[in-house]
Design a protein around this ligand. Structure first.
Ligand SMILES: Cc1cc2nc3c(=O)[nH]c(=O)nc-3n(C[C@H](O)[C@H](O)[C@H](O)COP(=O)(O)O)c2cc1C
Length: 245
């Protein structure tokens, strides 16, 4: 079993254009006063997670703040669409996926994640990671974030009204670094509080692809390929169908 061709194409594109890592993630909001409406936002692709036993079902990882509206939307329905335009290679990837969130273990949604994980079915990427130490993954990803990014999880709830205006915002920490015991008691305690708050709001986002629509405009003729999962003797494979672009 090999990595799917769509994944190899994304990896190749990112190896050339590593900064073109912003995807758009669309979810459904069932609780809007406007009725059921789609919501889309940009997110940074952080990493792949691929099972050595079965590289054909890779997961994509991103991160978010567990307090953001996308979290309740994805808890109501894990179905979402990711669209990723990589301008450097002139390629678009549209990925229908289940998206799961891993918050800190004491958060109420952590038990929800463990429940979803235990029920994940054969043929999904998630089911290959039932034994994974997801908390270790979450903390490891958090540690790779810049001090500036870590500080963003110490702000009040994203999307809530900014009380006190920009003057208030100036009081928020700009950087959150690992607490240094040699920095003096007060500084250490403050750094520790900030670190714990940021890590507490930080959630790992797992994107488990179901279907991938790959448009390649890099050289004529334009090409469009739909990748769908099929189960066969050798397990789950990606079937490729050429589409009119
Ligand atoms: C280029 C770019 C990258 C972003 N990356 C992320 C990200 O990786 N995770 C995230 O939660 N928000 C990210 N954001 C902010 C989101 O787009 C969004 O505004 C925020 O998460 C609130 O989303 P929600 O209200 O739809 O839940 C990014 C914004 C931009 C402009």
């Amino acid at each position: 079993m090999a990595s799917p061709r769509w994944k190899i194409a994304i990896e190749k594109a990112l190896s050339q254009y590593k900064n073109q890592n912003a995807m758009q993630v669309a979810t459904l909001d069932f609780s809007s006063s406007l009725g059921t409406i789609p919501r889309a936002r940009s997110q940074i692709f952080r990493d792949w997670l691929e099972s050595p036993q079965n590289p054909s079902l890779p997961l994509l990882l991103s991160s978010t703040d567990i307090r953001t509206p996308k979290v309740s939307q994805l808890t109501a329905s894990s179905k979402a669409e990711v669209v990723w335009w990589i301008e450097g290679t002139v390629q678009q990837f549209r990925i229908i996926a289940d998206i799961y969130l891993v918050p800190q273990p004491t958060h109420a949604l952590h038990a929800h994640f463990l429940d979803v994980l235990s029920k994940s079915e054969h043929g999904t990427g998630l089911a290959l990671f039932k034994e994974e130490d997801w908390e270790a993954r979450r903390v490891a990803l958090f540690k790779t974030m810049s001090a500036h990014m870590k500080a963003s999880w110490c702000r009040p709830t994203p999307g809530s009204p900014l009380k006190g205006g920009q003057e208030e915002a100036k009081k928020w920490p700009e950087c959150v670094d690992k607490p240094d015991p040699d920095a003096g008691k007060e500084k250490y305690e403050e750094a520790k509080r900030n670190w714990e708050m940021a890590l507490g709001n930080f959630a790992l986002m797992i994107i488990d692809p179901i279907e991938v629509d790959f448009v390649d405009l890099s050289s004529p003729p334009d090409k469009r390929t739909l990748f769908t999962k099929i189960s066969g003797g050798e397990g789950v494979q990606w079937e490729e169908t050429e589409l009119v672009p």
